[in-house]
Design a protein around this ligand. Structure first.
Ligand SMILES: Cc1ncc(COP(=O)(O)O)c(C=O)c1O
Length: 389
């Protein structure tokens, strides 16, 4: 069913997929229902009667999807933010003394805020590496490294600029120099191939509700060296229950309490959907839609584009003479076109590209069509024409 917006039209054009994908594939919704039809099969706790062991199945399919190590090194969390908090604070606790960490201007607040909190607590000295032409270079990271550097946290794909960072050489260099590397794959997982057999990152973070097509409330990470991260959460695991300390084995080391079974089922089905369509086809379609949108925006007077060659289907822009929030409001209310406006939780990017005022971001998924792009362009042109330039 299409939602009915204020003007009574029902044809919603949803171009906010970098925030969360919509719609979800029908098979994802079916799997969530299927998961809740039977009593839960909780591995180590209850044997399901007819229900599937979703955590184990999803762990295996995610490990295969990312070419990651053993499935038990895939850890489920609430989302990318939860993963980054667990990893960053767990790393600081394990290190135990003041250390130097490096991050970049491209980061989302889910990286910047935990690191800033540690800095304010006096646990971390922090360097923020700049980006040039929407990319961060290994040379700039090397320049920031000092003898006390123990951690680098960096986005794989920018949620504002749509650029994908070449993290393989960065991961290799940091691995060789014994610096733990956390890659934030919230924007890349499900859009482009991620081969963790080839990228020696200490941990790679993903979220379920974006391009992996799961529902909100599920995410996780893949970890190479679990011992680098201290345990910061304790509780029931269904294993080793006589012991009053948290088991150190994986994944119980980091997963505690009852899982988000519907979320895990949705992620399992989302990955299966991607494999059925094929990641290369999803990537091709995203690029085709983004290129069409960019080509037409370039032909529209009054448009500032902040990256006209994004690697991800994410297009940041502004319309001259109208505030981005107001433009987004008009597009939503008058045209039923949903895009994200503002700072996109990545404030340092905006200081560089738009003096901190924010921008409009169109982001596409496999379910968008060329007709939707054309309708959105017509609407943007009308807004641009009526703007007070
Ligand atoms: C680059 C990046 N990192 C982290 C996050 C946080 O993801 P979540 O909302 O799933 O925690 C986002 C969400 O927009 C993001 O774009």
């Amino acid at each position: 069913m299409q939602p009915i917006l204020q003007n009574g039209q029902s044809q919603l054009i949803y171009l906010n997929n970098a925030a969360t994908t919509w719609p979800k594939p029908p098979e994802v919704l079916q799997e969530v229902t299927e998961c809740l039809r039977f009593p839960l099969h909780e591995p180590g706790r209850t044997t399901g009667n007819g229900s599937m062991d979703y955590p184990s199945a999803a762990r295996e399919s995610l490990a295969a999807f990312f070419h990651a190590g053993p499935p038990e090194n895939i850890v489920f969390t609430q989302n990318a933010t939860d993963s980054l908090n667990l990893l960053i604070h767990g790393f600081a606790k394990k290190t135990g003394t003041l250390f130097h960490a490096i991050t970049t201007e491209l980061e989302h607040n889910s990286v910047l805020r935990p690191l800033t909190a540690l800095k304010q607590d006096g646990a971390v000295m922090l360097s923020v590496v700049p980006f040039h032409n929407s990319l961060v270079s290994l040379a700039d990271i090397k320049k920031a490294i000092c003898p006390e550097t123990r951690l680098v946290v960096m986005t794989h794909g920018s949620n504002v600029l749509g650029s994908v960072q070449d993290i393989r050489p960065i991961a290799e260099y940091l691995h060789a120099n014994d610096i733990f590397f956390i890659a934030d794959g919230a924007q890349t997982a499900g859009h482009i191939p991620v081969d963790l057999a080839d990228i020696p990152a200490g941990a790679f973070v993903f979220t379920g509700h974006k391009a992996l097509f799961g529902i909100p409330g599920i995410g996780g990470f893949s970890i190479r060296e679990p011992d680098a991260i201290a345990i910061t959460r304790q509780g029931g695991t269904g294993t080793d229950s006589r012991t009053l300390t948290q088991p150190s084995m994986m994944p119980e080391r980091f997963e505690t309490g009852t899982h988000n079974y519907p979320g895990i089922a949705s992620l399992f089905a989302g990955v299966r959907f991607i494999n059925t369509i094929s990641l290369s086809e999803i990537e091709r379609k995203g690029k085709e839609l983004a290129n069409r949108f960019i080509r037409e925006l370039k032909r529209t007077p009054g448009i500032t584009l902040y990256n006209d060659a994004p690697d991800l289907p994410v297009v940041p822009f502004n319309i001259a003479g109208i505030d981005n929030h107001e433009a987004g409001f008009i597009l939503a209310r008058a045209y039923n076109i949903i895009m994200r406006t503002g700072l996109h939780c990545a404030p340092l990017v905006h200081e560089r590209i738009d003096e901190g005022t924010g921008c409009i971001r169109a982001s596409f998924s496999y379910f968008n069509t060329q007709e939707q792009i054309d309708t959105a362009i017509t609407a943007i042109r009308e807004v641009a024409q009526s703007a007070d330039r």
